[in-house]
Design a protein around this ligand. Sequence first.
Ligand SMILES: Cc1cc2nc3c(=O)[nH]c(=O)nc-3n(C[C@H](O)[C@H](O)[C@H](O)COP(=O)(O)OP(=O)(O)OC[C@H]3O[C@@H](n4cnc5c(N)ncnc54)[C@H](O)[C@@H]3O)c2cc1C
Length: 402
Amino acid sequence: MSDKDLFRQEVRAWLEENCPVSLRTPTPDDELVWGGSQIEFKTQDQRLWFERMRDKGWFCPGWPQEYGGGGLDATQENILEQEIRRLGCRPAQINLGIWMLGPVVLKYGTEAQKQRILAPMTRGEVRWCQGFSEPNAGSDLANIRTTAKEDGDDYIVNGAKIWTSYGNKSDWMYALVRTDNSGSKHHGISLLLIDMHAPGVTVSPIDLISGKSSFCEVHFDEVRVPKNNLIGEPNLGWSLAKQLLQHERAAMSKFGEFSLPTHYDLLALSKAYLSSSPAANNASLKARITAADMEEQAYALTVQRMTEEARSGLDVNGTMSIMKLVHTEQEKIKFELLLDVMGYRGLGWQDDAFSEQELGVTRAWLNSFTQTIAGGSSEIQLNVIAKRVLNLPDASKVEKTQ
Ligand SMILES: Cc1cc2nc3c(=O)[nH]c(=O)nc-3n(C[C@H](O)[C@H](O)[C@H](O)COP(=O)(O)OP(=O)(O)OC[C@H]3O[C@@H](n4cnc5c(N)ncnc54)[C@H](O)[C@@H]3O)c2cc1C
């Protein structure tokens, strides 16, 4: 048996033995386990699964073991992902730090930063939020105005961030701040880590019409941040920000997998609902379902190929924009279809008359719109693809890069 097959056998056996059966199902939104100091487990199985994955180093399977990772090579990591998907295991924890900041610290952090920041991340002890967007800096991200001025061994931060997901539940923020105002807007940006409990940080949740929101506004008033919280070189944070965004897009391009809340089987659900519905004979609906399913399968295969290519050293900058764009737009189509298939059963909000799954699909449908905005809107992904992948000329001559 080849090393690869042997490893697959070991992983499969370990997952079968260690992933509780109750967690081999799609995760309802309110059962996601967010790593961090305020971590909550709804069941003992969730705690067990978290602890087992943590102790195995598989929150970050491809990171070096000296920082708490699993030390797996690219092929092994891929096999692990495949086996987790095959068994339908829920994510043991969700942690934006691991998805976005970690890979940047691994590449640009000092040795001391790697020890200080990565190890607690791999143990799920710290919850991170992303402080990029500002009231006038969303798509035009380089327009940020939050300042960080040097003062001895510290920076003094003033300004505000908006749309900070779960800012009120996070321990730390990775933020873009302006450390120099004298050059072009892309120069003078730095990537700074800010303690959310530092004096001068105020977090205000933003209410939304749905009554439920993870969004926050974060204000900084003379917040003192040690200089050793700066990642990379001062003023040159824009290139780090772009890489971090690509990691965000890479993570978002996999949201349909790994039993995250959006993981609903289009074909299975369509079959179940259409069997007892007058829409069963609707040929055009069936054709749309078949087309969407084929697209989804083609996408899954493409992700697999691109993941391999990225790991073998190919530059995937820009490519992740394609994946993020395609996946989030596909998810929108899929949930539109599911709503068509479910008819009035897809209109539930908070009623006992609807099953958990039906309520989940309705919420996932609403959520699918937000995913085409988060991490850079679909229009911005098209701009990035035009510029960085297709090398088309920038007609507007205006750099809008998020
Ligand atoms: C669910 C969700 C979670 C988020 N979480 C975070 C977070 O944790 N941290 C964070 O920092 N931010 C977060 N954001 C903010 C997100 O990054 C921004 O909403 C996004 O970048 C768009 O910026 P904006 O809202 O300012 O819209 P704008 O930039 O004002 O854009 C408005 C519209 O104009 C279009 N547009 C703008 N410029 C162009 C252009 N050059 N060409 C073509 N069309 C254009 C856009 O596509 C969009 O349709 C989140 C957003 C969502 C929806």
